[in-house]
Design a protein around this ligand. Sequence first.
Ligand code: FAD
Length: 458
Amino acid sequence: MSTNLVWFKHTDLRLKDHQALKSAFSNKKSNVLLIVCIDPFFFSTTKFGHVKFDKFKEKFLYESIINLYQNIKKYNGHLNIYFDSPLNVIPTLVEKFNIKAIYHIQDTTSEELSLLENIKLKINVPFKTYWSNTLYHIDHIQFPIPFIFSQFKNKLAKLPILEEFNLNLQKLSRTITDIDDFEKLQNKNNDIHLKLIFKPGEDAAWERLHYYFFDSQLLSTYKITRNSLIGDDYSSKFSPYLAFGNISAKSIYHQINKYENSITKNESTYWLYFELLWRDFFRFSTLQYKNKIFQIQGIANKKLPWKYISDNHTKNLFQHWKNGTTGYPYIDAIMIQLKKTGYISNRARQMTASFLTKDLQIDWRAGADYFESILIDHDVASNYGNWNYSAGVGSDPRENRYFNVYKQCLNFDPTCEFILFWIPELQKYDKNNIIHASKLFTYHPKIINIKPYKNFKN
Ligand SMILES: Cc1cc2nc3c(=O)[nH]c(=O)nc-3n(C[C@H](O)[C@H](O)[C@H](O)COP(=O)(O)OP(=O)(O)OC[C@H]3O[C@@H](n4cnc5c(N)ncnc54)[C@H](O)[C@@H]3O)c2cc1C
């Protein structure tokens, strides 16, 4: 009997709508070896000195794999977990089990692609590669895609969105065991003493979806609430599940349709689909612009006067930004939330990215690198695409988009509820002064002077 290998990556940890998984079982006569690799590379240090997977991502990864392992077990199947690079693991398994083909989901960015190329150099087995992590299928996308999002969006309107590719899970009993390192994984997970704000894994992703859509019907007001800052419910919080592939964008789309057919269809239901289109846009952009998304001039190839993290003064400013000690309470509250939870809202990301790149004029790649490490929902395409955009080197059609810290605070935290939640020691100050970072005598001094906002009366 021949054996196929399914290689789960950290970006597709799910059973539902997984075309590579489904296809690997299509030949009734094949055994299937399911593998996932916890690559030591995930915990290496980047050139800006951050661990690629900081503790939030690390724990989310472990718990997503634990959930996947348990779900496979329910069907008498087995997931082999390796604490090694796929570059070592896959060639060894190919030889040991005489693997006929390797099934996996297509990546689009350089580290993942060069890993694949290096594996291919070591073995002579066909790779069956599937496109799975966007709403729209790559076969339907016409390249080059437009530079600007709105034009990309308009082109998609007539394209189909495919149905889910769901495996009959009874077939999982045809999987075979090489090793069982589940206990080691559980121990590693237990060693990280941290309570995540999101419960990881495929089951939790679907629980969240059912809660957000059908139990609470929060989807009906998504467009009105999505720019808020406080609480669990102002936005979907699907991003960590999408980043680890616990749920597919396509599955979410089909559930939006179900909601529209059974509950209501309005601007908010459309808007969640619209935001998922942004995700597609950045993902397809990585194919088009390749490593430009990581380069200082960005996909727009624009030269701007950046301060590099090379001298002590700039290093110091960058540390203040990361630690939430800039002297601007609104920025600091956001950065403290990020440091403590691994998550901040979209508005908050836009604000702090603007502060780093437009006010401090610091090399945007350092900020993106920090986000890559700390964000629980880090996704290469969305992170670098958005940083390109925020830094003014991306696909933003507007020149010099700028978020004024006072104005943003007035609009999105006028009562300082968010700020005081993260920095309670500011309680004693007048709210007007907190918003305008003025006369906060016992607070951090401001690391840069931003002109007072026009409406400020002190
Ligand atoms: C500087 C910066 C860095 C970012 N880094 C990431 C990242 O690493 N990973 C990530 O998933 N998102 C990133 N985003 C986009 C966005 O902030 C998050 O997707 C969103 O805040 C996640 O919360 P949510 O799931 O509740 O979003 P919702 O508002 O509920 O949106 C639903 C889904 O739509 C997608 N989406 C929404 N906004 C965007 C957007 N601007 N770009 C791409 N997709 C979007 C996400 O998949 C999100 O889960 C970044 C934005 C900025 C400005």
